[in-house]
Design a protein around this ligand. Structure first.
Ligand SMILES: Cc1cc2nc3c(=O)[nH]c(=O)nc-3n(C[C@H](O)[C@H](O)[C@H](O)COP(=O)(O)O)c2cc1C
Length: 201
């Protein structure tokens, strides 16, 4: 059994919907999901960082605000500098998701920030692994997987409406698939490493 922590910020609830779906995907793969919401920039991050440090993999999630991760998420990221110095997240797996109002919305930049955070910790990034849509634009709808065509992580799109109805079903299912993928990768990574290292010793 592996544990996947999902550390995320969501100002208005849309990115939180995706976090829940990532957690569902982890559970669908038979593994343990730990949801760790970042509530505010002023909170004590120590318990959250401690919980994430116990996990085999960490999925980072943030809405795209002004073309990057939200400021609240960035404050959390800066607070992980202590773990950076101890190497506490080194060799864990990482993945990420973001969500914005526009189809592009400079979401790629937010995902790049998440990959750099993981790289600074010496983590290994697991990409989305869901093909971009091959349907013609007219057939691309709310149920389409990886609707906006992103590869390094999940890039979802939400309208200015309640999180109960947006992001749409395709983005939610893509989030679930990301959860399954990182959970299976964590299983391979942890169990495979033990078997190979025992044999090599
Ligand atoms: C301060 C702020 C900045 C935003 N900047 C962007 C942006 O750069 N690109 C974009 O497409 N949407 C942008 N949005 C829209 C949000 O990404 C969108 O509403 C998203 O669904 C919010 O997610 P949340 O409910 O998890 O906070 C911005 C929203 C806010 C509040």
């Amino acid at each position: 059994m592996t544990t996947v922590a999902i550390v995320y910020h969501s100002g208005y609830g849309h990115t939180a919907v995706l976090a829940d779906k990532v957690a569902q995907g982890v559970r669908d793969a038979g593994q343990t999901a730990v949801l760790l919401p970042i509530e505010s920039a002023a909170q004590d991050f120590a318990p959250l960082i401690e919980a994430a440090t116990k996990a085999d993999a960490i999925v980072f999630g943030a809405p795209t605000y002004m073309g990057d991760v939200s400021g609240v998420f960035k404050v959390f990221a800066d607070a992980t500098a202590g773990v950076f110095f101890t190497g506490g997240w080194k060799d864990k797996l990482a993945a990420g998701f973001t969500n914005s109002h526009s189809f592009a919305g400079d979401k790629g930049h937010a995902l790049a920030s998440l990959t750099i955070l993981a790289a600074q910790h010496g983590m290994n990034w697991v990409n989305l692994g869901v093909p971009s849509p091959t349907v013609v634009a007219a057939e691309r709808g709310p149920d389409t997987l990886n609707r906006v065509g992103s590869f390094i992580g999940l890039a979802a799109q939400s309208d200015n409406a309640s999180p109960e109805i947006t992001p749409p079903a395709g983005d939610r299912e893509t989030a679930r698939l990301l959860g399954e993928r990182i959970a299976k990768a964590a299983l391979r990574w942890t169990q495979g490493a033990d078997a190979v290292l025992d044999k090599a010793a």
